[in-house]
Ligand binder design. Structure first.
Ligand code: ADE
Length: 323
């Protein structure tokens, strides 16, 4: 296969594969900060069409993010544009060749670029890793396929190797999309929500607290009283408590000693407060307000719920939460 007559690499063909001369995701007008650039090395650039939509599409239009695609086939030099070959030593399947991947990456990378191979053998991607990557100006994501990628890509080209979880996908494309999405929403201005940074440090490392919207009672299931109280400090306390309890119950592996101490501390304070109290507890709303050990000493519930925040559906999630 490598004995074929040489041809010039043809990066323009990648753009054609995306449906014309325009790259699939063309950066919009430049903002004050240069857009974070992400180059994806993939045999299947068409798979990334979903990134054009919603928050990511807008981030690209606004010039906060620029995503481009490099097809290793465009960096082959043989008539058949060969990107894979049989494994040395035998065995099933094909292995992606090193050279087209090296040439694709080298056409865009600088010494500062983070060059990431997506593979089930990588370190596990997480919110912390997403934040780490969001600090880079340039990421190159290499999507593996077939039975694997020539080990020299891993050893001599990639600066990092990431897995999105302990399961095997047919290729790295879906994993790369996950990484692009998780990184993009951390870039300043992408979520367009004033409280994103504050909430992030607040809820960092915890699962998200329960969210509700109108109506206050749906099929007999009420919204927890605390959220209707209009008492912001109490709401913040309730949410923090919910996040802690939910994380302890569902993802104990995320509970650091500090979080465990906070969980225990909060509970014991409530217990001692309750022992001192002579007032009868307010009944807990049926099936909805399931705080463990929480005191029922909220501000009175107003007749009508406070108005909902004016926010777009896209920006309503809590950045940094893991739920
Ligand atoms: N390629 C195949 N499976 C993968 C995974 N779990 N994470 C990242 N890349 C992959």
């Amino acid at each position: 296969m490598s004995d074929e007559p040489l041809q010039e690499p043809n990066p323009a063909a990648t753009k054609r594969a995306l449906g014309g001369d325009e790259p699939l995701l063309e950066p919009g007008p430049a903002e004050s900060r240069a857009p974070v650039r992400i180059d994806v090395v993939t045999l299947f650039p068409e798979m990334f069409a979903p990134l054009q939509h919603s928050i990511l599409g807008r981030a690209i239009e606004q010039g906060l993010l620029a995503v481009s695609y490099l097809n290793p086939r465009d960096f082959t030099a043989d008539r058949h544009r060969t990107v894979d070959d049989y494994p040395y030593g035998g065995g099933p399947g094909m292995v992606m060749k090193a050279e087209p991947i090296f040439l694709a990456v080298e056409s865009v990378a600088s010494p500062e670029s983070a060059i990431i191979l997506l593979s089930p053998a990588g370190r596990v991607f997480s919110q912390t890793v997403a934040a780490e990557l969001a600090a880079h100006d340039h990421l190159v994501l290499i999507c593996g396929h077939y039975e694997g990628v020539d080990e020299r890509v891993r050893e001599h080209l990639a600066t990092d190797e990431l897995s999105i979880g302990d399961y095997v996908l047919t290729g790295g494309e879906l994993a790369a999309m996950v990484v692009v999405d998780a990184v993009a929403r951390l870039l300043p201005g992408v979520l367009g929500h004033a409280e994103s940074a504050g909430d992030e440090s607040h809820s960092h490392g915890l699962l998200e607290y329960p969210q509700y919207t109108r109506p206050p009672t749906f099929r007999g299931w009420p919204v927890p009283d605390r959220l209707l109280s209009g008492h912001h400090a109490e709401i913040a306390k309730w949410r923090r408590r919910q996040s802690l309890e939910r994380t302890a119950a569902r993802r104990p592996d995320l509970m650091t000693p500090d979080l465990l101490a906070e969980l225990a501390d909060d509970g014991s304070k409530k217990r001692s407060r309750r022992r001192r109290s002579t007032a009868a507890p307010t009944p807990v709303a049926q099936g909805a307000d399931r705080e463990v050990g929480a005191a029922q000493d909220d501000a009175p519930v107003p007749d009508a719920p406070p108005p909902l925040d004016a926010r777009s559906p896209d920006s309503s999630s809590v950045p940094g939460s893991l739920a």
